[in-house]
Design a protein around this ligand. Structure first.
Ligand code: YSA
Length: 353
């Protein structure tokens, strides 16, 4: 009787253990199951230990049945372990990486055409002994105009349509801060901060409140040049700009200087090169439009008033200065017909450089 009860107990222990085992999802669960049933204090181990207390005739029967259950449970445990490992391997195979596939190419950035031309220009001047410096885009009226011999109400202010910043006003209620309309204010800042000799170029963004068209943007770059020392003459300016044009556009280019007016130079000139597309021979040339000449910058000898404004003695020092538009130069070099393409964010244009 006792024998039958023990046999039933073993069977239900086996069935419960197997049912539990089938729903275990991972190896840590399997280990907990092993400890619960087959461990030293496990449920089956307890039953097997109790065999010695049974009547002598029941011991071999229950002992043999208990061992059979143990072997069966160990066997099932091994099967379940293998099933869990295989399931994991199968899921890895689903996400497998095919290392024989070619890689996906990354889109590599490139330099903006303005940056390319700016680097080319500044490198040429660096090669001629000029230092490259930069200055603020938000500028004071004092540097953008007044230090450059353009006092308040001077008509020359109309040459530079200005974006004013309404943060600060002077005693008469006039704005004192602006987005610089040219890089020339850096002439005054540099001369104020340093004694001659000075040889600098200043690349930087400038802003003008003007209607845009194929040759006019409201934001564009300029490169300013300034050289101040004892005995600097117009001949030094001509030589420097000739050398620049030779390195930038080739040695066969001719250069033309014509009188022009800028309040901060005397004399002032505009500087052109002869058209490298048609050599001045094609009245329908798409680059010079038949003029034969391409204007590339304004320049001149630094006005004595500008030297005085920064505390230099114009009897002792003289200097030349120039200011050019790199986008206009890039347009000439690359045959770009509309300056608005530079900041239009059209990737089809930008990818060509
Ligand atoms: C003149 C004499 C000096 O001693 C020093 C500098 C200068 C240049 C002066 N500061 C100036 O800004 N002159 S400018 O109005 O004729 O502009 C200079 C160059 O900037 C032009 O030759 C042109 O290449 C470019 N530029 C002017 N307005 C532009 C422009 N580029 C694109 N869009 C515009 N709206």
């Amino acid at each position: 009787m006792a024998e039958n009860t023990h046999l039933q107990e073993l069977e239900s222990l086996r069935d419960a253990a197997i049912q539990e085992l089938e729903s275990i999802p991972d190896e840590s669960g399997l280990e907990a199951w092993r400890v619960e049933y087959l461990g030293r204090s496990g449920k089956l181990t307890q039953v097997l230990r109790g065999v010695s207390t049974l009547p002598a005739d029941a011991r071999p029967v229950i002992g043999a049945a208990g061992n059979k259950v143990k072997v069966a449970l160990e066997g099932r445990l091994g099967e379940r372990q293998a099933a869990i490992v295989n399931a994991r391997l199968d899921s890895l195979a689903d996400d497998a990486i095919d290392i024989s596939l070619p890689g996906r190419s990354l889109a590599v950035g490139r330099l903006h055409p303005s940056t390319i031309i700016l680097r080319e220009i500044t490198e040429i001047f660096r090669g001629m002994g000029f230092q490259v410096v930069e200055g603020p885009e938000v500028e004071l009226d004092r540097y953008n105009f007044e230090a450059l011999n353009i006092p308040k109400d001077h008509p020359a202010r109309d040459m530079f349509d200005t974006f004013w910043i309404d943060a600060n006003k002077d005693a008469e209620g006039r704005f004192t801060t602006l987005l610089r309309t040219h890089t020339s204010p850096m002439q005054a800042r540099i001369m104020e901060a340093h004694e001659p000799p000075i040889r600098v170029v200043v690349p930087g963004k400038v802003y003008r409140y003007e209607a845009t068209d194929a040759t006019h943007e409201s934001q564009f770059y300029q490169v300013e040049g300034l050289a101040v020392d004892k005995g600097i003459t117009f001949a030094n300016l001509k030589h420097t700009l000739h050398e620049f044009a030779r390195r930038m556009f080739g040695s066969e280019r001719k250069m033309r200087f014509r009188c022009d007016y800028f309040p901060f130079v005397e004399p002032g000139v505009d500087v052109s090169i002869d058209c490298f597309n048609c050599d001045g021979t094609d009245s329908s040339c798409r680059i010079c439009r038949g003029a034969g000449w391409l204007e590339i910058m304004g320049a001149g000898m630094v006005h004595p008033n500008v030297l005085r404004n920064v505390g230099y003695d114009p009897e002792v020092y003289s200097g030349f200065a120039f200011g050019m538009g790199p986008e206009r130069i890039a347009m000439l070099k690359y045959g770009i017909e509309d300056v608005r393409l530079f900041y239009g964010n059209d990737m089809r244009f930008l990818r060509q450089f």
